[in-house]
Ligand binder design. Structure first.
Ligand code: AHG
Ligand code: MN
Ligand code: MN
Ligand code: MN
Length: 334
């Protein structure tokens, strides 16, 4: 076979770390298995009575979609079966789930924060959606998982990744040694290495933001959006606006083509809309590993000290040069 499978890649990479016992490798394998099951459901959503809302409101105050819950259940059961994860924090649950609560001998050393289905508003209109995951090693040695095990700075992630259910299905992840992308080959049911060592262009000509909120944007963001729209043939401006409304899809495009994605604080979302633990931290780890940058506009995302599981943060992420331009505008605002 021409391409290396995810499993072969993980084992090969593990061999480079003599002290690795294979736990993280097995955890990534478990996530890959759940991704294939969710992909199967996503691909036949219109035929499988899993479109539309479930009639429940989640802790975010959002109307849960059937696929939100299906994906959530699939990833949690795969993590529980795999035995490497001791605790899951999911967008779809108020509290985290202690997978070791009734098993004091639970071997799981890893905490997983997950957005099981990202871009829910796009499910019913057949636009790309995703899954985002962030992995930490627990700090307390064993027993009941503590708050400090879960609310760790993004800097301490041991791995992060996303699944993109798009025109093809991809799994992209990092363990801190670069970013690698795998495309699902449905004919053999395997993720195969298609995008080795992904790097984001240092600069870009695309900006991605929900322009509809312009009136509520903070001044530095308004200035940067106007800068992107100004005519300047020298720097290929005006830039193109691309906005899909699924974070995974917008950031996958940004990583491949360069550019910047912004979801700033606003009157409606004083702390921004996107969640730190299972959207912004994992995507910041991945983009930084690909040579990009991720900030609130004022602070590096990975340096934020989390206080609450579902806390939100403004996000400015993408090509380093463009993120720096936005940070300079915030710095001038002081
Ligand atoms: P989720 O579907 O997991 O709740 O996330 C939706 C998020 C993110 O995917 C996207 O970037 C953002 O919501 C879009 O928000 P707007 O519709 O307000 O632009
Ligand atoms: Mn949601
Ligand atoms: Mn999301
Ligand atoms: Mn979600």
């Amino acid at each position: 076979m021409k391409f290396k499978t995810l499993g072969q890649f993980i084992i090969e990479k593990q061999a480079e770390f003599p002290f690795a016992k294979g736990e993280l490798s097995r955890l990534l394998r478990d996530i890959g298995i759940a991704a294939k099951v969710v992909n199967r459901e996503v691909n036949k959503a219109g035929l499988a009575e899993i479109l539309g809302p479930l009639g429940q409101i989640n802790v975010q105050g959002e109307e849960q979609q059937k696929l939100d819950v299906l994906a959530d259940e699939e990833f949690i059961s795969a993590l529980k079966r795999g035995g490497e994860c001791c605790y899951v924090a999911s967008e779809e649950h108020d509290e985290g789930i202690d997978l070791c609560a009734d098993d004091t001998l639970c071997p799981g050393k890893y905490i997983v924060c997950i957005d099981p289905l990202d871009g829910s508003s796009n499910i019913d209109v057949n636009i790309s959606i995703g899954t985002i995951f962030s992995i930490y090693r627990r700090i307390s040695p064993s027993g009941k998982v503590q708050k400090e095990d879960v609310l760790q700075k993004g800097l301490y992630q041991v791995a992060a990744g996303y699944v993109l259910y798009g025109s093809s299905t991809m799994l992209v992840y990092t363990t801190g040694h670069g970013v690698n992308g795998f495309t699902l080959d449905p004919s053999i049911g395997e993720f195969c290495l298609s995008h080795p060592m992904m790097r984001i262009p240092e600069n870009g000509k695309t900006y991605s933001i929900n322009q509809g909120n312009f009136v509520h944007f903070p001044e530095p963001i308004k200035q940067f959006v106007k800068y992107c729209q100004d005519e300047d043939p020298e720097s290929d401006k005006p830039f193109s606006l691309r906005y899909i409304g699924s974070l995974v899809a917008d950031l996958h495009r940004t990583m491949l083509k360069g550019g910047i994605f912004m979801y700033p604080e606003s009157l409606r979302h004083p702390d921004g809309k996107l969640r730190l633990m299972y959207e912004c931290n994992p995507m910041a780890f991945i983009l930084e590993q690909a040579g990009g940058a991720a900030s609130t506009g004022k602070q590096r995302i990975l340096d934020i000290i989390p206080e609450k599981l579902h806390q939100r943060t403004p996000l400015v992420i993408g090509s380093e040069r463009m993120v720096q331009q936005v940070q300079q505008l915030y710095a001038l605002e002081k």
